[in-house]
Design a protein around this ligand. Structure first.
Ligand code: UD1
Length: 344
């Protein structure tokens, strides 16, 4: 058995897929999740796929004594992958204090507990949102950080700074900050996937819910951007590809392969895809139409961003492998499975 990893937010979308990949790679996983935007049934899905039931504690990372209790209950945690966070950009504008409390206090608690329990490394979920609208594309890790457009984005920036300052102060652990582009899709078994509470804010879940008839029509936020077809461009990456990068990152931390005590990697495919292109790719791959209409721009949206993933490719030896077609098909299979199970 390989080492024990604490996965915060492990019942969530990226956390659950990463737990699967960690277990497949032989790691022992302890999940903590407050289930604020997820469901305990996800643990069953993880067990179905891997044959292993991860340890699960319904604990909120902002609750210091409860979090400390997890380290006491599961001695020997060597690494942390910290996903647990509130992540709705729009909601963060209306509930900034909630976002600052959840997203900052969780990290502070973990960083404070790490030395006491001799945890050697932490992988942090950050976002390409820290780059704002980059001047040059594709964007690499040396691009300047720009002022955040939302409290959510600001929490990612501040969390990166907290880790940087802690490392500078000489803490005895290492960190890797992963800046995600746009994760989409689901596990090929359709046992786990993205299940947002309420009306989805992100493109793919809204699109698949429209395709299956739960939503009447998908709104495309703007076709007057300076892009070839006028809609926004993003770098959509299969969630399983993204998850595999976490396994490489934690291994790098725990096996002493990091070049520095703190490293940053962009996780994307390197391909920019517009909203309209994504809709077309979905329709062509699945044969299912997506009713959609063009509406005005969404406040705070970035026009176009996609990754230069070369540094991650070369240094981590990791590369996004799934095609866009397989990725959107996996999202559709997951939506179909939700209906089959009577969940949505
Ligand atoms: C946003 C955040 C990102 C965060 C992620 C997690 C920004 C700039 N980015 O990503 O930091 O990690 O959410 O939730 O704040 N779209 C439509 N119709 C829809 C929904 C989306 O046209 O109904 C378009 C958007 O305008 C955008 C693209 O689809 O161009 C992707 O949107 P979305 O899935 O919400 O992700 P981001 O805004 O890129």
């Amino acid at each position: 058995m390989k080492r024990k990893i604490l996965v915060t937010g492990g019942a969530g979308y990226i956390g659950s897929h990463t737990t699967v990949e960690l277990q497949n790679a032989g790691y022992e996983v302890v999940i903590v999740d407050n289930l604020s935007n997820s469901n305990a049934k996800v643990i069953d899905g993880i067990e179905k796929i891997t044959g292993i039931r991860p340890a699960f504690e319904q604990v909120d990372c902002i609750d210091y004594p409860a979090l400390k209790g997890v380290f006491d209950k599961y001695p020997g945690i060597k690494g942390i992958i910290h996903f647990a966070a509130s992540k709705a950009v729009g909601e963060s504008v209306h509930k900034p204090l909630l976002y600052y409390r959840n997203n900052l206090v969780s990290l502070l608690n973990l960083l404070e507990l790490m030395p006491e329990y001799k945890v050697e490394g932490i992988v942090f979920s950050s976002s390409c949102t820290v780059y704002g609208q980059p001047e040059t594309l594709p964007v690499d890790e040396s691009a300047p950080i720009q002022p955040a457009l939302s409290p959510y984005g600001n929490t990612k920036q501040i969390n990166e700074e907290i880790i940087r300052d802690a490392i500078y102060a000489g803490v005895p652990y290492k960190s890797i900050i992963l800046r995600y582009f746009n994760p989409i899709g689901a596990h090929k078994t359709a046992e786990i996937g993205e299940l947002p509470n309420g009306v989805p804010q992100n493109l793919l879940p809204y699109l698949t819910q429209t395709a299956i008839g739960i939503r009447k029509e998908l709104s495309v936020y703007g076709d007057d951007y300076s892009t070839p077809d006028g809609s926004c461009i993003r770098d959509y990456i299969h969630v399983v590809d993204l998850s595999k990068a976490h396994v490489v990152a934690i291994e790098r931390l725990l096996e002493g392969k990091s070049k520095d005590q703190l490293e940053y990697f962009n996780l994307g495919t390197g391909n920019g895809v517009s909203v309209l292109e994504l809709i077309r790719a979905f329709e062509k791959t699945t044969g299912v139409k997506v009713p959609h209409k063009i509406v005005g721009r969404r406040e705070g949206d970035i026009e176009q961003i996609w990754a230069n993933p070369r540094y991650a490719n070369e240094v981590l030896g990791w590369k996004a492998a799934e095609t866009l077609e397989d990725t959107v098909q996996s999202a559709w299979n997951w939506q179909l499975k939700l209906r089959e199970r009577g969940i949505m």
